[in-house]
Design a binder for this molecule. Structure first.
Ligand code: ADP
Ligand code: MG
Length: 493
């Protein structure tokens, strides 16, 4: 039905697409997988008319066609739901769906007709969406449904979903796949971009793998395994981590009915030598929790104990002195200074202590030596102390931040989204460091929106919903479904 032939696209010096050819058959469920930066979104943005290819052609039913705008793509029946939604928060569901091609009555917008149509589409897909609800009042999962309804409303025949489950709970993801199956049974072609191999294998009728701007292979889900797919994505066998039993020591962090802006009566305990995972949908108090325990946010009531010491007020310097290290979610805003060199970044926060200083002066040789030790031990590439921090790739920046924080030999390590945006090899490297830290007796507080990550690493997990710790699970009783229900606030405790 659609034929992408020899597509090439450069951004500055970066080759996003390198001679990519791909056939898209009517009614299939095609998955597009690859590491971060492999070119998946670029390829689909070309098909959606958002990017113009430098060379190559797109043909619909054999006719080469230029798609200069998304409107041109939509006219050819191609719709796309992006990773970042494009809804107007202050408008209702129905208004968002019809925005741009509203049903008209005379000169005015026929809102009641729009509502009826939207309600019908939702009903046919099993979406529980109120057409009158303001988009700003909806969960991320529901906003995504609005995006899908909006695309269908424009009569698309091919729907591209770019990493749709990254923002969903397991239940919502399962529901999304059920809906895509319904849609494809009705004849819609669905293209799913993902790097989650398990879900790709359950979703797809065909899988195309991209690596560094090229399409490296196409496989059928029956003819492959997650391991083989990972290998095709990264070009070599993927490392796998194991989970040794924990040997918990003394309590290194305890919260008793702690309240702060964004947190309500939170009680939890973390011991040395264990990883406590925090699961939850984005924006349910996880960030506030990490900020309170690292001294970045005041708490208004409750009892906070860090490394055996009750603290009434905590600031980042005091937290550090008590043995708290922090790998924040936004490494470029809070952990790393892009314009400082790698070695300056390594000494950040410790620049008055040996080996970074000798008395009041910077110890340049000591700093260089320690930096070289750290970058080599942690496989930061390139291992160049004088390089700007901003010149490292995301994965290497994160490896550097983790290396620096662990170098302080913390009792409590607080990590928020430690592997977001990293490629598979870097993800495994960072996770391995966290596991090693736990075995060395550090207590690790792990916040991640990626439930798979929490399940892979945590000895125990606490689910956060609306600023509260609503449920606790031990590793032996991790139950994805039940955890997801608590994340959504629909489980009965
Ligand atoms: N609008 C853009 N401007 C500059 N570079 C871009 C742009 N879009 C993509 N790239 C670059 O193209 C490469 C492929 O990116 P992308 O298609 O987003 O990969 P993926 O979706 O597989 O993660 C990356 O190196 C990315 O930085
Ligand atoms: Mg992408």
């Amino acid at each position: 039905m659609i034929e992408l032939a020899h597509l090439t696209k450069q951004f500055g010096g970066v080759t996003a697409l390198d001679d990519v050819s791909l056939r898209i058959d009517a009614g299939e469920r095609l998955a597009l997988v690859g590491e971060n930066g492999a070119g998946k979104s670029s390829l689909m943005n070309v098909l959606y008319g958002l990017y113009q290819p430098d060379s190559g052609t797109i043909s619909f039913d054999g006719v080469p066609t230029r798609l200069r705008t998304p409107a041109a793509a939509l006219a050819r029946g191609v719709g796309m739901v992006h990773q970042h939604f494009t809804l107007v928060p202050t408008l209702s569901v129905a208004e968002n769906v019809v925005l741009g091609h509203e049903p008209r009555r005379g000169l005015g917008l026929d809102l009641s007709r729009a509502r009826t149509e939207v309600a019908a589409t939702c009903a046919s897909l099993g979406f529980e969406l109120d057409p009158r609800a303001l988009v700003s009042s909806l969960t991320v999962g529901s906003q995504q449904k609005v995006e899908i309804v909006k695309a269908l409303h424009r009569g698309v025949k091919t729907l591209v979903l770019d990493e749709p489950t990254a923002v969903l709970t397991p239940q919502e993801a399962t529901e999304l796949f059920a809906v895509t199956r319904t849609l494809s049974e009705r004849g819609l072609t669905v293209i799913l971009i993902s790097h989650k191999l398990k879900e790709v294998l359950t979703f797809a009728t065909r899988i195309a793998v991209m690596r560094r701007g090229r399409k490296v292979t196409e496989v059928s889900p029956q003819g492959t395994t997650p391991e083989a797919l990972a290998e095709a994505m990264i070009g070599r066998a993927a490392p796998v981590g194991s989970h040794a039993p924990a040997t918990p020591g003394p309590v290194v962090l305890s919260l008793h009915q702690v309240c702060s802006q964004g947190l309500v009566d939170v009680s939890l305990e973390l011991r040395a030598g264990e990883i406590l995972g925090i699961a939850g949908v984005d924006g349910n108090g996880q960030r506030e929790l990490t900020e309170v325990v690292t001294g970045l946010r005041p708490f208004t009531s409750g009892v906070l104990t860090v490394a055996g010491q009750r603290v009434d007020r905590l600031d980042p310097a005091r937290a550090r002195a008590l043995g708290v290290a922090h790998v924040p979610e936004d490494r470029l805003r809070r952990a790393l200074v892009a314009d400082l060199t790698v070695e300056e970044n390594v000494s950040l926060g410790r620049h008055t202590q040996p080996p970074f200083a000798k008395g009041p002066r910077i110890d340049f040789a000591g700093r260089r030596a320690r930096t070289l030790e750290l970058v080599n031990a942690n496989d930061v590439r390139p291992p160049t102390p004088t390089l700007r921090g901003g010149a490292l790739s995301g994965g290497n920046q994160q490896k550097l931040v983790v290396a620096r924080e662990l170098d302080a030999k913390p009792k409590l390590l607080v990590v928020n989204q430690p592997t977001r945006g990293l490629d598979i090899a870097a993800v495994e490297a960072v996770r391995e460091r966290l596991r090693a830290q736990r075995l060395e007796g550090c207590g690790v507080l792990l916040v991640s929106l990626d439930l798979d990550e929490v399940l892979a690493l945590a000895d125990r997990l606490v689910v956060f919903a609306r600023g509260r710790a609503v449920a606790t699970f031990e590793r032996a009783t991790f139950d994805e479904r039940l955890i997801g229900q608590h994340m959504l606030g629909v489980a009965h405790a």
